[in-house]
Design a binder for this molecule. Structure first.
Ligand code: C5P
Length: 227
């Protein structure tokens, strides 16, 4: 079997990471959640007071970029890699709705994108990788052997994210989550640098009416066809 690169892109909360993780485990590939990297940079900006509801000190963040070190460390108990920001595990902190509120603004900054894209390309240089995000098939790995573009209705996605947050004990309302999902989609598809678009050679999967197993089986078939 040849080793390939699998790029999974799509809108917020389409279940990209669940699918990507499952696929990577099954194939013995590395899984990289690029959203976690953008979230960690957003968390850094919040921690340092560079971003809040009414301001964004973009220049300060850009000047700090050389001091932001992102690493994934595999946690064998959990079965996936966790995000570390300057040697601190920030896996929990980056998943809050506060970070979700600011992350797309941070991800619009070209200097942030080029730093992260460079690191992502490096992680994928030996292939055997499943990477998910917004620009993987278009910018990070334009030559990926398999590109998937996941979609589903905004309400389906918000409901999934809402259930997840409630389960973790976050006090959120469904309306807040829906609004956040729609806002991020808007910013992600309209930004100048690397907007979220489907690559010409990507395969679109609308999972509004597919359960996890159905999705997984469908993608596994695509992988088998490619390998
Ligand atoms: O995948 P997740 O929803 O965690 O990503 C959070 C945000 O990070 C996205 O809404 C988007 O603004 C940004 N992102 C990006 N490019 C990627 C991955 C994530 O701009 N490759």
């Amino acid at each position: 079997n040849k080793k390939i690169t699998i790029a999974i892109d799509g809108f917020s909360s389409t279940g990209k990471s669940t699918l990507a993780k499952q696929l990577a485990n099954h194939l013995g590939y590395v899984y990289v959640d690029t959203g976690a990297m953008y979230r960690a940079v957003a968390f850094f900006a919040m921690q340092n007071g560079y971003i809040s509801t009414d301001f964004f000190e973009k220049e300060s963040l850009i000047n700090s970029l050389p001091f932001i070190r992102l690493q994934f460390k595999f946690n064998a108990d959990l079965g996936f890699a966790e995000m570390y920001l300057n040697d601190v595990n920030v896996e929990t902190e980056i998943r809050t709705i506060e970070v979700s509120r600011f992350v797309s603004k941070v991800a619009e900054v070209s200097e942030v994108r080029s730093k992260l894209v460079e690191q992502q390309k490096e992680m994928g240089k030996d292939k055997a990788i499943v990477m998910d995000g917004r620009d993987i098939g278009t910018v990070v790995f334009p030559d990926a052997e398999l590109k998937i573009f996941m979609t589903s209705s905004a309400t389906t996605r918000a409901q999934r994210r809402y259930d997840e947050l409630v389960q973790k004990g976050d006090a959120v309302t469904f309306e807040d989550v829906l609004k956040n999902v729609e806002e991020r989609d808007y910013i992600d598809t309209h930004r100048e640098d690397s907007p979220l678009v489907m690559a010409d050679d990507a395969i679109e999967i609308d999972n509004s009416h597919l359960n996890r197993k159905e999705q997984f089986d469908l993608v596994l078939e695509l992988v088998t066809d490619t390998i």
